[in-house]
Ligand binder design. Structure first.
Ligand SMILES: NC(=O)c1ccc[n+]([C@@H]2O[C@H](COP(=O)([O-])OP(=O)(O)OC[C@H]3O[C@@H](n4cnc5c(N)ncnc54)[C@H](OP(=O)(O)O)[C@@H]3O)[C@@H](O)[C@H]2O)c1
Length: 330
């Protein structure tokens, strides 16, 4: 089977190759794709060298699956061209996520949104993925009414240029900036671009995508996204108000039973999730599970995951695995 990785030279693209290797994709014919600036560049996959090709060349090779992590403009322009050939597109950008006929998929939650007619499948925003992984089992049991979300997002969420900015600033080297301010010894309440309602695009994604994945437009959600000088993963504090009451013991049990979730919650031993622990791992870590004593039926939790893994590459590769296992991609 031919699989194209569009954006293979980027942060997500490079992790995508690792995840494909780890998950036994050793019989695929890889088609590595990037911008015109990278054509001919060598990429290693399973100890074999591959040359990066153009998008046009990749379409001509007729892959069964194309996984995009090349930004929204490239996805908007090229995903339909791959889809026209019968190829399944799994897209990491925000370009297609809110189209009604495009499923927004976290395989542990809603792979059934993929139908025979589906050609473009959207991978949700990195923060949304890790958050809904913890919310879904709780929503099923207690029905969420309202969420108050605060994120602490890693610079790896912005791509290669942002990681370089933090590294250079840490060493005192003058650097090209991915952000309007210095990120070393700093943080800012600004992820993506500002919208007319005063929220940022990253904040709005958490609202819209959570409602779509949990299939509940009545959910009341407000969010604040903060960029922090961290590289190992995104952290999220969520305050969850439920329709029905819960016990902390039952909440723990539901989270432990959810595939892909690891509960790290032993405050007596200072055990809780942190980006240093999540880096390079596929799981979503949940801790600081406690009742909000100021409001009925309300819970506080803390969720950490490697945004390049479950927040991007791992989730996309899981979708590819699903397409293959179900015999949809051949
Ligand atoms: N970082 C995350 O945590 C994360 C999580 C979820 C989703 N995403 C999404 O994934 C995408 C990539 O993110 P990233 O962090 O990997 O960014 P990145 O490090 O800046 O990499 C961007 C990649 O896209 C390629 N590219 C750019 N324009 C292209 C074009 N016109 N045609 C083909 N390839 C093109 C680049 O190729 P060159 O090297 O040739 O420029 C590079 O391989 C974005 O849409 C982002 O929103 C990122």
């Amino acid at each position: 089977m031919k699989i194209a990785i569009v954006g293979v030279t980027g942060l997500v693209g490079s992790i995508m190759l690792k995840v494909l290797e780890e998950r036994g994709f050793n019989k695929i014919q890889l088609i590595p794709v990037a911008s015109s600036a990278s054509i001919g560049k060598k990429i290693k996959f399973l100890n074999k060298d591959y040359s990066v090709v153009s998008v046009e060349e990749a379409i001509a090779q007729n892959p069964a699956i194309a996984i995009f992590s090349a930004g929204s403009d490239a996805s908007l322009k090229y995903a339909p061209k791959f889809a026209e050939t019968g190829c399944f597109v799994i897209d990491n950008s925000s370009a297609w996520r809110m189209y009604t006929n495009v499923p927004l998929v976290v395989p542990e939650i809603n792979s059934n949104a993929i139908t025979l007619e589906t050609k473009i499948i959207a991978n949700p925003n990195c923060s949304t993925i890790q958050m809904v992984m913890a919310l879904a089992p709780l929503h099923n049991k207690y029905k969420i009414k309202r969420l108050v979300i605060s994120t602490y997002q890693s610079v790896t969420g912005t791509g290669v240029k942002a990681v370089r900015q933090l590294e250079n600033e840490t060493k005192g080297i003058d650097t090209e900036k991915a952000y309007p301010y210095s990120i070393h010894r700093n943080l800012f309440p600004h992820g993506g671009s500002f919208l007319e309602n005063g929220y940022t695009s990253e904040e709005q994604k958490l609202v819209d995508e959570t409602r779509k994945i949990l299939s509940d437009n009545s959910l009341r959600i407000t969010s604040t996204v903060v960029r922090v000088p961290v590289t190992g993963g995104h952290s999220i504090a969520v305050n969850i108000e439920f329709e029905n009451d819960f016990t902390l013991e039952d909440v723990r049990k539901l989270l432990i039973a959810m595939p892909g979730i690891v509960v790290l919650d032993d405050i007596e031993k200072n055990i809780y999730p942190m980006p240093l622990l999540s880096e390079g791992k596929d799981e979503v870590f949940v801790g600081r599970i406690r009742r909000d004593e100021s409001n009925p039926n309300t819970l506080n939790i803390w969720i950490v995951a490697d945004n390049l893994r479950k927040g991007a590459a791992t989730n996309a590769v899981q979708i590819a695995q699903y397409l293959i296992e179900k015999g949809l991609a051949k």
